[in-house]
Design a protein around this ligand. Sequence first.
Ligand code: PLP
Length: 440
Amino acid sequence: MSTLAQRDHAVLWHPYTQMQTAPLAVPIVSGEGAWLVADDGTRYLDGISSWWVNLHGHAHPHIAERVSAQLRTLEHVLFAGFTHPAAVELAEQLLKILPSNQARVFYSDNGSTAVEVALKMVLQYFHNQGQPERRRFLCFRDSYHGDTFGAMSVSSRGAFTQPFWPLLFEVEFIDVPVPGREAEVLAQLDAALQQPAVAGFIFEPLLLGTAGMVAYSAEVLDELMRRCHQHGVLCIADEVMTGFGRTGPLFASSQLQEQPDIMCFSKGLTGGTLAMGLTTCAAPLYEAFLSDDKMKALFHGHSYTANPVACAAALASLELTRADACTQQRQRIAAAHAAFKAELEGQPGVRAVRHVGTVLAVEYDPGEGTSYFSRLRDAFYQLALDNHVILRPLGNVVYLLPPYCTTDAELALLYQVLRQMRELVLNFSPAPTLPEYLHD
Ligand code: PLP
């Protein structure tokens, strides 16, 4: 009888995984708090909230209870022509806490489709207004907005998208306005805005995740959005990673003066329980779709749109996120990250340490030849796993993005692994040179 990992290897194809060389998948059979438990009883601390989705710990009893009650009542209903209490309740609750201009909620299935919907809203908005030639998007050169075709088009032209480049639509890239580069990037934006075809600007507000947890200021984002708005360009805040408290406040956009026209959510939306995405928009945008003409309706929708069980999970997770206890947990993690940043910053082998809310990233300095696919990345990954910790390094950048329930003792274990990684870097020989497009 083969093990679960071997049976998996015989029939499954895992995402972002070179199946020939990757180690067998670790078979996880249960979870509790910040821990995941393998079939042989080994426990792993989930330092990245299972791809950034889990907010309150695994198999959370409050979410489980709400989900099972919903399952026994109504598991699904088509969402064109029909509605249900959980969908309405969730939309009402979200609109109370989102930036005040957000007026409508459109449900979808994951982060990439939340972004696809946002892009389609912008394109069809201008189409409905009689300006179909306005269809160009602006985005940050290093951004990641998902891996469906529209989302890939507005993302970095890096290793993840390379096989698909010829089919991606053209966009205007501007650099990320990291401290010291703000004026230069504002000038790049001004140049791009000279084109009359620009329709939308999509961005990860204040923190770019996949780019390596790269932060920039609310002031410069406000200025970028203000200039876009002056040219009638619609602004899309992709809060798929930053939403639901990750950067401190409930939404990164809550720290802005300027309000986005469209917002995208997923990941923490259901507390990591069920796949769901949503896109919200301001009233004028929605109103451009209202007409006697049926051709002006938004042409998008999937079979599982607004699944009631996912809505129930999102409502339960939102209750937990808005409780004072959760705010305190996030503040505690942020304070611990700040103290660890102060310890590690400036040490040999460390190029930079970045910290925003519950997110901490260490950019190690291995000298020449780092890339997302480097041996160093694999060594980091294995070192964490050997310490019973789950991390997914982005090349030479290793980040922590723990569930909010992670205790001080558990944080200490995560920091200990990051210290060991510094030792590893100091003794590491450079990776072989890779083709240019594979470099970070
Ligand atoms: N947008 C951002 C900012 C993301 O970080 C991600 C995923 O990492 C996505 C969109 C895509 O989300 P999903 O993986 O659920 O499709």
